[in-house]
Write a protein that binds this ligand. Structure first.
Ligand code: GCB
Length: 607
């Protein structure tokens, strides 16, 4: 959510970027000395004539008599993109304000437009150019951008200052507690990009589920000053070209017949070049085309039933540990998922960086994307709703042209109250307005019957979900793995059931009898029992066990075992395979073989 909110530009991925990566000066400012008046706690005037004490002024000591009490030039530096926790030992656990400054020079030719884009800053960002506020953004995992051509000093160095605040609050999303590390900083790429005056701001192009020989969508041109313009669209590999004329508002909805198309699928992740041209602007994308729908309990990809062989993933390079952000990081994370023989990944619990969905498109991995509406956020507060909705909107706008993405998940384990359910209903409407064609879900809690003999999903949002998804930890947080054999499930027979989480903790290399918790043997046993239980369920159509790799979290405090790590990974932090890895891998191999002969992965005795 930005105060200054231009619509996000679609596909900056393939536009030339002027990277602002590198060393940025920083000042750790726990008392907000550079932002607020110490007497009345009010922020310094942000536009106009602020005090010299405001760090966003980027003052320098002018001479021996100058008493200015900060100086970015004399301050240390850290790498952007990059979380501060892993870069600066003294602020590994810090949550609060850090100021960053980067200087840059840029020449902008007449008639060109210039944008500054942040792929993510966690959590709140105030962005200043040459001492003036460009805007404020909240949301730690979604992109935002500013048009800055008019504010640029073309003959001199520009000062870009960002106040980053990652303090958890009652009105942030996520809220006061999460089971992951609250990495702070400018955690993803920052760059400039130029466009001509008139350019393709946004578009959407995907197959029409009603007529899968037809792609449909819209294009939105910016800068045409209320005049209709001609947009040229070309898919060279399909020998298709169209000229579209926009309405006065720059928008045009259209459909295209694409009968010779090869559909995108995990087996054939075919992407087509899509070229756009309007006036002096040219841009291109690589887009795959497929349909996704449910029919009764089946998930149909391109009309064929598919079982989702998934795993849940955090956006972390555990070996360091640090936040992941790059293509190399995505290749590492998704490479592990492929090795597990997954065809699906759940990108938990917040929007991951764009490289993940882009690479999944290339690799043929189906994707679940999610926003951090997680546990006990404050559903009553309109500020919270606005923060959730804006993160969802930015995610859908960024990734709605990715064939790989098939599920938008809008919440994780949110205790169902009336106000929560209304909150989720409104979020679902946000998704539907931007993208009517993908599946909507939320990871819900199971309901246990009074006699403890059965589970069901009483959460009213189950009825609103296309994919009914459930996190449950039978055999770990409650009961023993043996209980899986007797547990009955009462599920809606008309919807696919997805096991979005189950798991058990075990540090890599810790061994013992299977009854002993925190051992690899116990974890592997739990996987066997869980999978045997799930495959008895007639509507079971996929799972994303918790979790691919151990991850950092301040919530896990058992010394010698957890040490601020969630140990439910199938892999240890350095990629060590635990015994449960092979259990899941064997199951997925079996499912794949069964699917090849048109069968669902049901237990033998229950067929
Ligand atoms: C859950 C949460 C996940 C936790 C996991 C756990 O249900 O969705 O964020 O990390 O359980 O390990 O308890």
């Amino acid at each position: 959510m930005s105060d200054v909110q231009p619509p996000l530009t679609q596909n900056t991925y393939y536009r030339p970027r002027i990277s602002l990566s590198g060393d940025w000066s920083y000042i750790v400012d726990p008392y907000e000395t550079g932002f607020r008046n110490q007497r009345n706690w009010k922020p310094f005037q942000e536009n106009g004539a602020p005090t010299d004490r405001a760090f966003f002024q980027d003052r320098h000591r002018a001479g021996p008599a100058d008493r200015v009490e900060y100086d970015f030039d004399a301050s240390p530096t850290m790498q952007v993109p990059g979380d501060w926790n892993h870069q600066v030992e003294t602020i590994r656990y810090y949550e609060g304000v850090v100021w960053f400054r980067r200087q840059f020079s840029h020449r902008l030719a007449a008639g060109r437009r210039l944008f500054l884009r942040f792929e993510a800053v966690n959590y709140e960002a105030h962005v200043y150019l040459n001492g003036r506020l460009l805007g404020r953004h909240v949301g730690g995992f979604d992109p935002f951008e500013f048009e800055i051509g008019g504010r640029l000093r073309t003959e001199e160095t520009n000062s870009l200052v960002v106040r980053v605040n990652n303090r958890r609050e009652r009105d942030t999303v996520p809220g006061m507690t999460t089971d992951w590390w609250n990495y702070g900083g400018i955690t993803r790429e920052v760059y400039l990009f130029e466009t001509p005056q008139v350019f393709v701001r946004d578009y959407h192009l995907q197959l029409d589920p009603e007529d899968p020989d037809t792609a449909r969508g819209f294009v939105q041109v910016d800068g045409a000053a209320g005049e209709p313009v001609s947009v040229h669209l070309r898919l060279p590999e399909l020998k298709t070209e169209h000229t579209l004329t926009t309405a006065d508002d720059g928008r045009k909805e259209f459909s295209l017949r694409l009968p010779q198309l090869q559909r995108w699928s995990p087996a054939n992740p075919r992407l087509y070049k899509v070229e756009w041209a309007v006036a002096d602007d040219q841009t291109m994308d690589r887009i795959g085309f497929r349909t996704i729908e449910t029919q009764g309990p089946d998930i149909l990809l391109n009309g064929e039933p598919i079982f989702l062989r998934g795993v849940s993933i955090h956006e972390e390079v555990a070996a360091v540990p640090r936040r992941a952000y790059s293509r190399e990081d995505a290749a590492m994370l998704l490479g592990h998922a492929r090795e597990l023989n997954c065809n699906f990944v759940r990108l938990a619990h917040y929007p991951h960086n764009e490289n993940m969905a882009r690479m999944a498109d290339e690799l043929g991995l189906l994707v679940w994307e999610e926003i951090p509406v997680y546990w006990g956020i404050n559903y009553e507060d309109p500020v919270v709703y606005a923060a959730a909705a804006s993160q969802l909107e930015a995610l859908v706008r960024r990734d709605r042209n990715r064939a790989a993405v098939i599920v938008w998940s809008i919440a994780n384990e949110t205790p169902p109250t009336e106000v929560r359910t209304e909150f989720l209903g409104r979020l679902k409407a946000v998704v539907r307005a931007l993208d009517p064609d993908r599946l909507v879900s939320a990871a819900l809690d199971r309901t246990e019957s009074a006699d403890g003999q059965s589970y069901s999903l009483e959460d009213p949002f189950a009825q609103d979900s296309d994919l009914v998804s459930c996190n449950q930890y039978l055999g770990w947080y409650y009961g023993t793995p043996e209980d899986c054999a007797r547990m009955e499930w009462k599920l809606d027979p008309g919807k696919p059931f997805f096991a979005s989480e189950f798991g058990a903790g075990a540090p890599a290399g810790r061994h013992g009898p299977r009854e002993e918790v925190w051992t690899e043997e116990h974890q592997a046993w739990l996987y066997k029992e869980q999978l045997a239980m799930l495959r008895r369920l007639p509507t079971f159509r996929g799972c994303s066990p918790w979790v691919m790799m151990d991850f950092r979290t301040p919530r896990r405090n058992l010394s010698g075992v957890q040490d601020h790590w969630n140990r439910k990974g199938l892999l240890g932090p350095d990629g060590q395979k635990k015994l449960a890895w092979q259990v899941l891998r064997d199951f997925y191999d079996e499912v794949e073989t069964m699917e090849a002969v048109g069968k669902q992965p049901r237990a033998e005795h229950s067929a």
